[in-house]
Design a protein around this ligand. Structure first.
Ligand SMILES: *[C@@H]1O[C@H](CO)[C@@H](O)[C@H](O)[C@H]1NC(C)=O
Ligand SMILES: *[C@@H]1O[C@H](CO)[C@@H](O)[C@H](O)[C@H]1NC(C)=O
Length: 335
């Protein structure tokens, strides 16, 4: 009962702005395996143009693709943008085991099959590109053969960039992390979507820094790329669902749940064109790491056709910060 009430509340809260896309896309729901329900924004392609699968990262929802969806649909491209598990109007199971990448990828495939879409241009922000970036510490592997060694990643990146990139992961694994984020929601959102991307180097990336920021309830300056109305929509989406589900993505990875004994080496190479787009000022998704991942992938043959792009004047939220540039690159991928 509680679950159903919550879902209704979220839908109502999200409606005004999500439906600002109502003239270009519709929102649908689908029951997938595991007893979960997904909500997704969808628009069909016309004139034989490609359909783009848009997968958001942490801590956000399909709402992060609002500019991209407008840009793509305006030129007859199709889009499918789900609220991924734990987010928005989709199910938010509390069990960590539900959040393995293998299960979540399966849900996304079910959505595409249900819609009769046989090929997409896959676009992942943050989490879905994360696994490519793990090249830094481990060889490329879509579902990670070994648990993530945070110490190793943080040590190596501290010496390369002057700050570790995953210092906040330890906090995300702490049992009270979700309640601390809920309690200091405004402080958390202001830091995650900051006015100056450089603040992540001091207050997100170093071990222990994010928790300190939240405990002190600090606020960063607001960015120019999000309007007041967009803030309220983002807030109602995140507060409606809470952070337990979103944090479970990290906990599943740290618990080694993304290891798959069934995925063999041959299936791990991506024999399609792959591109990495990085924000020049992103402290976590460093362009150097994307470059390194691309080089390693070319050499090993796992990414035979890979190219990197760096978007200037953008931090982590490049599809919001520099939406025109990002949409232009994405459109060029059709064909
Ligand atoms: C993780 O990396 C650190 C530092 O490189 C190393 O000392 C440690 O043994 C590694 N842990 C595991 C479980 O491999
Ligand atoms: C995360 O927490 C789990 C259980 O609470 C623990 O087994 C695991 O070692 C932790 N991992 C890291 C990287 O802190």
């Amino acid at each position: 009962m509680l679950g159903i009430r919550k879902l209704t509340t979220v839908l109502a809260a999200v409606a005004p702005s999500a439906y600002a896309l109502a003239n270009v896309a519709t929102v649908k729901t689908l029951a997938v395996s595991g007893g979960h329900t997904y909500s997704y924004t969808i628009a069909p392609s016309s004139y034989g143009r490609a359909t783009y699968l848009l997968l958001h990262g942490f801590p956000s929802s399909s709402y992060d693709w609002r500019h991209t969806i407008r840009a793509l649909t305006a030129e007859s491209f199709g889009v499918v943008a789900p609220d991924l598990l734990g987010y928005g109007a989709s199910s938010k199971p509390t069990a960590v085991e539900e959040y393995s990448q293998e299960k979540i990828s399966g849900h996304v495939v079910e959505i595409l099959q249900h819609e009769g879409i046989s090929g997409v241009v896959g676009v992942g922000h943050d989490w879905y590109v994360f696994r490519h970036k793990t090249f830094l510490a481990t060889p490329y592997s879509p579902v990670g053969p070994s648990p993530i060694n945070l110490t190793a990643i943080n040590t190596q990146t501290r010496s390369a960039f002057g700050h570790p990139i995953y210092g906040y992961w330890g906090f995300f694994n702490e049992t009270d992390a979700a309640s601390v984020m809920d309690k200091h929601h405004e402080s958390f959102t202001s830091l995650l979507y900051p006015g100056d991307a450089a603040i992540w180097k001091t207050d997100v990336c170093p071990v222990g820094s994010l928790r300190k920021w939240l405990d002190a309830d600090k606020k960063s300056s607001k960015p120019g790329y999000i309007t007041d109305g967009e803030w309220s929509t983002h807030d109602s989406i995140m507060l409606g669902g809470g952070y337990t589900g979103p944090l479970n993505w990290y906990r599943a990875a740290m618990a080694g749940l993304n290891r798959s004994p069934t995925l063999n080496t041959a299936r791990q190479s991506i024999n399609k064109r792959v591109i990495f787009i990085s924000g020049a000022d992103d402290a976590v998704g460093r362009p150097e790491l994307a470059e390194q991942t691309a080089n390693t992938g070319r050499k090993s043959g796992l990414l035979p056709d890979v190219e990197t792009f760096v978007v200037p004047n953008a931090g982590h939220w490049l599809q919001i910060e520099q939406s025109f540039r990002v949409s232009t690159i994405l459109k060029s991928l059709d064909g």
